[in-house]
Design a protein around this ligand. Structure first.
Ligand code: FES
Ligand code: FE
Length: 365
């Protein structure tokens, strides 16, 4: 892309509307809000979003914006409530988002409560993974897209996992520079010695980073391991107890499964013992948040089944290396003389296809 795509606030503003407010974005895992009344609040591309469990089987997404005067009524980032009461003037909403009380404003007298429910956010839960979409229009359903990846994913029993760790990295670069870095392994052998102990760069190119696989908004996102490696870790040995159907002594070799949504990247990637969910969130045209959440078996215990430091180590090291690469790229792209160079058709096809998807969403192709 021309350099202005990485620098201009005006293009960034259009991206929020055309990409981030249109695509499905990973929000969290159902196990984080297991009981009715449990809720989570997250800032997502400039909106404060609440996901709450209403009944054992239903989750809702709302904007954290009171319909009276706009107060962000949910002040904690997680908790358990029977109803939402705005602290400002005590308008009260039930867990389904309906206005049920507004002091001195009787229903049907000066206002009709039914007109003043919370703004809803589209929400889908797929195998326990909760996605939201911030568009006002109805987005196309997510489940049919992700179901294409469900056969292998079922083996890890994704409803039987829990979050063990979360790290938020702030990157001083445009989000697309990080996306581009993420979608090629041209740089892996030179920059990621720890990652390349277990990652098979060759398989990655044979099976994954091909134009055929990466043009789409939704695609398989497995990380291919070298033969003989049990998991993605510093040495290929397990970092937690086996997930799902897997049993010690009978583990498949180099197992990996996953999927991703792009270019507003949400990437879910699992091995026999753990998984990582990675999401890219722009903060501004030159700052980006990269959130990594590590998952283990729901019954795994820290200290006996896994050590936190080992669980997160290889991705944490790799993320920091990538952030260094991308921040220096941003500085180079700022140069008045920068023009984009050619992409390698064999090593960077996924970058080209992701940018193609991006331009289509932006209405420029
Ligand atoms: Fe929420 Fe007034 S702003 S009750
Ligand atoms: Fe990298």
């Amino acid at each position: 892309l021309p350099r202005e795509y990485y620098l201009e606030p005006e293009i960034y503003a259009r991206e929020l509307d055309s990409v981030f407010l249109r695509q499905w974005l990973y929000f969290g895992h159902a196990s984080e809000i297991p009981a009715p009344g449990d809720y989570l609040v997250q800032e997502i591309v400039g909106e404060s979003v609440i996901v709450v469990r209403d009944t054992p089987d239903s989750l809702h997404g709302f904007l954290n914006v009171c319909r009276h005067r706009g107060y962000q009524f949910c002040e904690e980032t997680r908790g358990n409530l029977k109803r939402f009461t705005c602290p400002y003037h005590s308008w009260t909403y039930d867990l389904g988002g309906r206005l049920i009380r507004a002091p001195s404003l009787a229903d049907g007298a000066s206002i009709v409560y039914g007109d003043w429910g919370l703004h809803r956010v589209h929400l889908e839960v797929w195998k326990g993974f909760v996605f939201v979409c911030l568009s006002e229009a109805q987005p196309s359903p997510l489940a049919p897209e992700l179901s294409r990846h469900s056969a292998q994913l079922a083996r890890i029993q994704p409803e039987r996992i829990k979050k063990a760790a979360e790290t938020r990295y702030v990157i001083n670069a445009n989000w697309k520079l990080f996306l581009e870095n993420y979608l090629e392994c041209y740089h892996c052998r030179g920059s990621h010695p720890e990652f390349c102990v277990t990652l098979s760069v060759a398989k990655q190119y044979e099976e994954l980073f091909t134009a055929r696989n990466t043009v789409a908004e939704y695609n398989g996102g497995t990380l291919k391991l070298k033969t003989g490696m049990q998991t993605l870790s510093m040495d290929g040995r397990l970092v937690s107890s086996p997930l799902g159907e897997f049993r010690m002594g009978e583990l498949p070799d180099a197992f990996s499964v996953g999927f991703s949504v792009q270019p507003a990247l949400s990437r879910i990637s699992f091995h026999v013992d753990h998984g990582v969910v990675q999401t890219l969130r722009p903060i501004s045209e030159n700052q980006t948040e990269w959130i990594n959440r590590w998952f283990v078996h729901v019954d795994a215990e820290e200290g006996s089944d896994y050590e936190l430091s080992e669980l997160v180590k290889v991705w944490d090291i790799t993320n920091r290396q990538d952030i260094h690469l991308v921040e220096r790229t941003q500085r180079g792209v700022k140069s008045r003389r920068y023009v984009p160079g050619p992409l390698s058709p064999s090593r960077e096809p996924a970058v080209a296809s992701a940018l193609q998807t991006y331009l289509t969403l932006m209405g420029e192709e």
